[in-house]
Design a protein around this ligand. Structure first.
Ligand code: CA
Length: 224
C-alpha cells in the first residue's frame, strides 16, 4: 500500500517509516498539518496515519478538511490523548480508527491491516448493531425497522456505546463523555439512563445489546 504517515516527532516518524516499510508498504512522510493536507490532496494514498498534536493545523483539522474535500482514504489517528471526548472528536472528524500513544508496533500494524481491509468505502453515517441502526446526521434510531424516540441524553449515551461497539467503557468514561468533564451527577444516574435506554432498544424477544460489566461499566455488543 501507499501510506501517508503524518508525524512531527522525528524518532516516532522514523519508527513508523521503518515499521511500515518492513511490511512492504511505500511510505510518504509529512511533518506538519499543512504539509499533510496538501500531500494528501495531491496524491493517491491507500491509508493515512495521522498524529493529532502537530505544528500548525492539528490532526483533527486535517481530518475534517480531508473529509470536506471528499477524500475518503481510510484514516488511522494516533493520539496521546485518550479521554472519551478526544476519541469521540477523532471519530467525528472522520477517523476510521484510533490508537493512543504509547502503543506497541504489533498493535499498530494490526490496526493498519484492519483499517486498510475496509478499503475506500463511502462514508456511512449509519452505525448498526444487532438490528439497531443509528443515523448520526438525522439522529434517527430504529431497531428492526421500528422508530425509537430517545431524549438527547439517551441518544448521546447510545451513540457513544455504538461508536465503541465491542469495547467495555468505564462508568467514569461514559459519564465524562455524555454529561461532560466536570459533571456532578448522582452515582446511580448512569444506571437509571442505561435502564431507560434498555427499555427502549431491547424490546421483548430481541437480543440484548447493552452488557453490564460489573465493577467496570458497560459495553454494547451484538446479540447472539
Ligand atoms: Ca506530535
Amino acid at each position: 500500500m501507499h501510506i501517508l504517515a503524518v508525524e512531527d516527532e522525528p524518532s516516532m516518524a522514523g519508527l513508523l517509516h521503518s515499521a511500515l516499510s518492513d511490511e512492504g508498504h511505500i511510505v510518504t512522510l509529512a511533518v506538519n498539518g499543512n504539509d499533510a493536507l496538501s500531500t494528501a490532496l495531491a496524491g493517491r494514498f491507500d491509508l493515512i496515519v495521522l498524529d493529532i498534536m502537530l505544528p500548525g493545523m492539528d490532526g483533527f483539522e486535517v481530518a475534517r478538511q480531508l473529509r470536506k474535500a471528499r477524500i475518503q482514504t481510510p484514516l488511522l489517528i494516533l493520539t496521546a490523548r485518550d479521554t472519551p471526548r478526544d476519541i469521540v472528536r477523532a471519530l467525528d472528524a472522520g477517523a476510521d480508527d484510533y490508537l493512543t500513544k504509547p502503543f506497541s508496533l504489533d498493535v499498530f500494524l494490526a490496526r493498519v491491516r484492519a483499517v486498510s481491509r475496509r478499503g475506500d468505502i463511502p462514508r456511512s453515517v449509519s452505525i448498526e448493531a444487532g438490528g439497531l441502526v443509528l443515523n448520526t446526521s438525522t439522529r434517527r434510531v430504529t431497531r428492526a425497522g421500528r422508530l425509537i424516540a430517545l431524549t438527547r441524553r439517551e441518544y448521546s449515551l447510545l451513540e457513544l456505546l455504538l461508536r465503541n461497539k465491542g469495547r467495555v467503557l468505564s462508568r467514569s468514561a461514559i459519564v465524562e463523555a455524555v454529561w461532560g468533564y466536570d459533571a456532578d451527577i448522582e452515582e446511580n444516574t448512569l444506571d437509571a439512563f442505561i435502564r431507560l435506554l434498555r427499555n427502549k432498544i431491547e424490546a421483548p424477544g430481541m437480543p440484548r445489546l447493552i452488557r453490564t460489566v460489573r465493577g467496570v461499566g458497560y459495553a454494547l455488543e451484538e446479540g447472539e
